[in-house]
Design a protein around this ligand. Sequence first.
Ligand SMILES: NC(=O)c1ccc[n+]([C@@H]2O[C@H](COP(=O)([O-])OP(=O)(O)OC[C@H]3O[C@@H](n4cnc5c(N)ncnc54)[C@H](O)[C@@H]3O)[C@@H](O)[C@H]2O)c1
Length: 352
Amino acid sequence: MKVIVTGGAGFIGCNFTRNLLQHTTHQVLVIDKLTYAGSLRSLDDVAEHPGFEFRQLDIGDAEGLRNTFAQFQPDAVVHLAAESHVDRSIDAPAVFIETNIGGTFTLLQETRRYLAEVEDEKRELFRFVHCSTDEVYGSLEDDSPPFHESTRYEPRSPYSATKAAADHLVGAWQVTYGLPAIVTHSSNNYGPFQYPEKLIPVVITKALSGDAIPVFGSGRQIRDWIHVDDHCRGLTAALERGKLGEHYNIGANCERENLELVHDICKFLDRLQPRSDGQSYSNQIQHVNDRPGHDHRYALNANKLADEFQWEPKISLAEGLETTVRWYIENSKWCQHMLERTTGTLIQNSFT
Ligand SMILES: NC(=O)c1ccc[n+]([C@@H]2O[C@H](COP(=O)([O-])OP(=O)(O)OC[C@H]3O[C@@H](n4cnc5c(N)ncnc54)[C@H](O)[C@@H]3O)[C@@H](O)[C@H]2O)c1
């Protein structure tokens, strides 16, 4: 299968591309605008792979997309390109509207245009997988059951509202124009190559540089964590076997309070890279003002994916956190590179 991966130079995109090239025979064309969050450095190890191509492109560029579709002749699009950081969406929402809604609209239109030209058989097998988030479902109380695929949308941040809008566009294009689409909703991802503005890489990089480790408010917010490799296997299952028009939650049933998670990371750091003064990194934790409208809890029921595809998460949080902490210790140059090329305001205390 020839797969276009939008946003393939970002965190999940580079891991997904690597997973596809390593574990399947699919060919991958990554298209990415290379914003502050995307870098070719994250794809270094697959750059020479015969099944890999890259094109720097904005998903809002209709002509660029048209030419790319015509030349590559894809069998599928996996749409990951987005502005993804909640705090940035609060500070500067316009680019979220532009990329997450406007860009998705342009991509849908160009996919439609392309499909109108291809042979019937190719059109019938084509798939458009849209990668969404659990944040479109809103925020849960402590005693509420986890989100499921039919939970009502109730986005509460500019980020989640733009993702919800994009999901609705995909749904409308599927019903109205017959676009062969599938939507996935993942919980909070962690793992290698995550831009150091999200919780886990922020904690690790701040700790190692001797800075304060910021924790929003009380730190009692609950997130449901999944290792990015498990998410990528779920995405591949949705791509290869997903039913058209369906939504699939992808989560590992792994809820943690933010503060507890930060302490766990500090414990791994204490063991893997002890502070020179023998103190724990947890001494660097500092509570900061809470994010406006901060969602209290996310939790995801992923039984549908498990039942239909025999998918299950393989990486426990303890194992995944340890390998992730090790990865950041060993890849400080990558972090430095990402932080140095950042444009705009860098917000270092995020907990999406
Ligand atoms: N990270 C998570 O925990 C998580 C959870 C659920 C869903 N998601 C979704 O998964 C997708 C990927 O998330 P991520 O964490 O890898 O994000 P990311 O910010 O790390 O990467 C986004 C990528 O998209 C690219 N991009 C941004 N605007 C673009 C544009 N206009 N045209 C082309 N490329 C553009 C960036 O350069 C970057 O490479 C997003 O759609 C996000 O909403 C993420």
